[in-house]
Design a protein around this ligand. Structure first.
Ligand code: ADP
Ligand code: ZN
Ligand code: ZN
Length: 743
């Protein structure tokens, strides 16, 4: 039998990952030491007995085996957080491909010097009656920001200062003014606490019949010890969040902890506030704006048992709770749940593995579930719950479609159909608000020469530059910018210009301003939200009704609640439909349904107008009737025909190098190695240049492998990793299992 060795780390932290020591596994410990095991080892010169964690097991000796010490014993203790995180990292590394160090740095918190921070909160000084009087005064004066702040303060009394300025969009100047008038005070406290004090656990909303049935069923199963994955398919506004909270409440009452994942973009003041109001300061949140220190602080609190509930984006999965009972993933279809860095994990899958380690249940929720999850629910692997009514009286908007081909025939070449134009006219007259959605930035698709056909491209990427205002040409992949010269670089012709077909948000904004000079128009896209805070500023001024029309990319589609928006226009539904990606239909459907959810959130009825060249496409017809089932049936048929996920699995391997020749030859030999190793029922495509074959001066080649079996793909990935280890050239290889992006 081969000798086995373990890499042991004594102080498990990201900073120490390189400080591991090799020990022999001998005697009756053979077969009992695994990655994640806690072991007792003789350490240092005096052979002091200390504990460490095993990060790797292999049969390769780093040093002279005779001089390598042996592990003394195994100290497994299942309640240890570190042990579970190491096991999780190992699972991620094995499934998605990456080094163990990389996987560990993904799951372990980064320790940073944390200085005690000052926390500030805003506290109401008025009595309820006084406050209500003031509220009316603000309302009649249309002092919307003050009104909004006061309304929240009447509810909560004390609110975290950062929530006031960021999520509530109230300026520091306003807070100062109100403080000077003794309406509120700013309370300062040392020690950073990401919580809202004074909001001790509040009463729950009475669930309606549908909601109650779901919560009761979950609780009954939970108490019977059943651990399951549940999918709540609930239309927008059907009260999914209330159901989650009921479930969470129960799990927390059993002294276990809960992780709630929500897409970063829905980490809005409103959502977070609801959790604080229900669970008080046993809740904490993570978001991308926290510094490493603040993040670490939240993790420490979780470890010490000061909180029970962590809300955050996918990285919240790695909160070091000792006994997780439930993991909730809201808007589970969102593509932000897939990591774009190695290991390229999907939060839904990692949640499943984490739930196994802890004996937890998983609850997924969405108005437009991913095809993956819905299929599993159909097959009975997940338990399906349905909420098909809006919790409040609000009705779903009416959705109509405009056939842009007809519009062209009747001579209208503009981005606005007659129907949408007159609907906007109508809302402006009524003082209501409009959101217009277009999935492309800039003015036009690309600039080309009419004489020789030359298209102006980015010098660093294999993409055409997009035309923006003031004669600027921009690369949307690397940020490269240059000014238009008006002359073709290739043939010198002056007949060079923008091609009209691909109009973007800037062009839309111009057109809207020209067509409706009486309206105030805002634009929100990657170009107008470069600075920190831009995003909030635009949203708050729209929420304050300082503008009538908001034009934007998909940034505007999600999560926001604007009661005065009664019209949503989708300017060109086809843009996402025509994307070169097997998920294009799914994404379009989700986008359209979510966008529709923005209209008529309040008592005023909403209307949605979809402009498209393909009104018969099933993603569009199904979105119009909000018919998820119809969409699913078509989509799953297509996926199954072509063996795309979830009907089969796919592994995308990207080979990158600064040298095109290296890249090409390495991709070629890798493909050959893999082809030779393949046994059966696997199809390998490539190598081919990626859709964007060069990005930021790095060349990119792809190999795609499809198989019905995930295990088979993982094996192929292992082979590829082994091959990579033999490479000496400067080539990078990365893996993406069941990709969410096209490359
Ligand atoms: P979803 O998460 O499905 O979009 P929410 O939980 O946010 O839905 O609920 C939508 C709105 O309906 C919220 O304002 C919420 O407070 C309200 N709501 C939810 N359930 C109930 C209920 N049982 N009774 C009254 N209002 C409810
Ligand atoms: Zn030319
Ligand atoms: Zn570029």
């Amino acid at each position: 039998m081969k000798e086995m060795y373990a890499e042991v780390i004594v102080d498990i932290s990201v900073e120490n990952l390189d400080h591991t020591f090799q020990y022999r596994i001998t005697g009756d410990l053979v077969g009992r030491v695994f990655v994640g095991s806690r072991v007792l080892i003789p350490f240092g010169k005096g052979n002091r007995e200390i504990a460490g964690f095993v990060l790797e097991v292999s049969d390769i000796a780093k040093y002279d085996p005779a001089k390598t010490k042996s592990i003394i014993s195994v100290l497994n203790d299942d309640s240890l957080v570190e042990q579970k995180l190491i096991r999780l990292a190992y699972w991620m590394k094995s499934r998605y491909g990456s080094t163990m160090n990389r996987a560990l740095s993904t799951v372990l918190p980064v320790k940073k010097n944390i200085r005690a921070k000052e926390s500030r909160s805003v506290r109401l000084l008025l009595s309820d009656d006084e406050a209500k009087e003031k509220l009316e005064y603000y309302a009649t004066r249309k002092m919307v920001a003050r009104e909004r702040l006061l309304r929240e303060l009447i509810e909560a009394h004390t609110i975290d200062y950062r929530l006031v300025t960021s999520k509530l969009n109230v300026s520091a100047a306003t807070v100062k003014a109100l403080s000077e008038q003794h309406i509120l005070e700013v309370v300062r406290k040392r020690m950073y606490r990401n919580t809202v004090k004074g909001t001790s656990a509040g009463p729950a909303i009475r669930l309606n019949e549908q909601q109650k049935r779901i919560a009761d069923d979950f609780i009954e199963e939970y108490d019977r010890g059943v651990r399951n994955t549940y999918l709540i398919h609930g239309i927008t506004g059907s009260g999914k969040t209330e159901v989650y909270m009921q479930m969470i409440d129960h799990v927390v009452s059993r002294n276990r902890q809960v992780i709630v994942l929500i897409p970063e973009i829905s980490l809005t003041y409103q959502t977070v506030m609801r959790f604080y109001q229900r669970f008080g300061d046993r809740v904490s949140t993570l978001h991308s704006k926290l510094s490493d220190g603040e993040r670490y602080d939240q993790f420490e609190r979780a470890k010490k048992g000061e909180i029970d509930i962590m809300i955050g984006p996918r990285s919240a999965l790695f909160t070091p709770f000792s006994d997780i009972g439930l993991i909730v993933i809201d808007e589970e279809h969102e593509h932000t749940y897939k990591s774009d860095q190695m290991p390229k994990y999907h939060a839904r899958e990692v949640a499943g593995e984490l739930a196994l380690l802890h004996g937890a249940s998983v609850v997924l929720g969405s108005a437009t579930p991913s095809i993956e999850s819905y299929r599993l629910a159909r097959e009975g692997v997940y338990k399906l719950y349905v909420l098909d009514k809006r919790a409040k009286e609000a009705s779903l908007p009416t959705v109509t479609c405009v056939d842009l081909r007809e519009e062209l025939k009747s001579g209208n070449r503009s981005m606005l159909s007659e129907k949408l134009r007159s609907a906007i006219e109508d809302r402006l007259a009524k003082g209501e608000q409009v959101m217009l959605f277009l999935n492309r930035r800039g003015l036009a698709g690309f600039v080309s020469c009419r004489e020789c056909g030359n298209v102006i491209k980015c010098p660093h990427c294999d993409v055409s530059l997009s035309k923006h205002k003031y004669g600027k040409l921009k690369c949307h992949y690397c940020g490269f910018e240059k000014s238009e010269t008006g002359v073709c670089e290739k043939c010198g012709s002056k007949l060079i210009g923008a091609m009209g077909s691909g109009a973007g948000t800037e062009a839309a904004e111009d057109l809207i301003k020209k067509s409706f000079p009486q309206a105030v128009v805002l634009r929100m896209d990657a170009d107008t939200t470069k600075q920190k805070g831009d995003y909030e500023t635009i949203l708050s001024s729209f929420a304050n009704r300082e503008a009538d029309i908001l034009v934007g990319t998909q940034m505007i589609v999600k999560g926001h609640d604007f009661p005065y928006v009664t019209l949503v226009g989708i300017l060109a539904a086809d843009m996402s439909l025509n994307a070169n990606d097997f998920r294009a239909g799914e994404r379009t459907f989700q986008l359209l349904v979510q966008a529709s959810g923005r209209a008529g959130r309040d008592t005023r009825p909403g209307e949605v107008i979809i402009q498209t060249y393909r009104p018969d496409h099933y993603a569009i017809t199904a979105a119009m009737t909000q018919d998820y089932e119809a969409f699913y049936e078509e989509e799953i048929g297509y996926r199954s025909l072509l063996g795309y996920p979830p009907c089969g699995h796919m592994l995308a391997i990207m080979i990158e190098s600064g040298s095109e020749r290296e890249c090409f030859s390495c991709a070629g030999s890798l493909a050959e190695v893999l082809r030779n190793g393949i046994i059966s029922n696997v199809s390998l495509i490539g190598p081919t240049p990626a859709t964007i074959s060069r990005m930021k001066d790095i060349y990119r080649y792809m190999i795609y492998i499809k198989s019905e079996s995930v295990d088979m793909l993982v094996k192929i990935k292992d082979n590829a990793e082994e091959y990579c280890n033999t490479l000496t050239s400067d080539v990078r290889i990365s893996f993406d299992l069941d990709p969410m992006n096209s490359y």
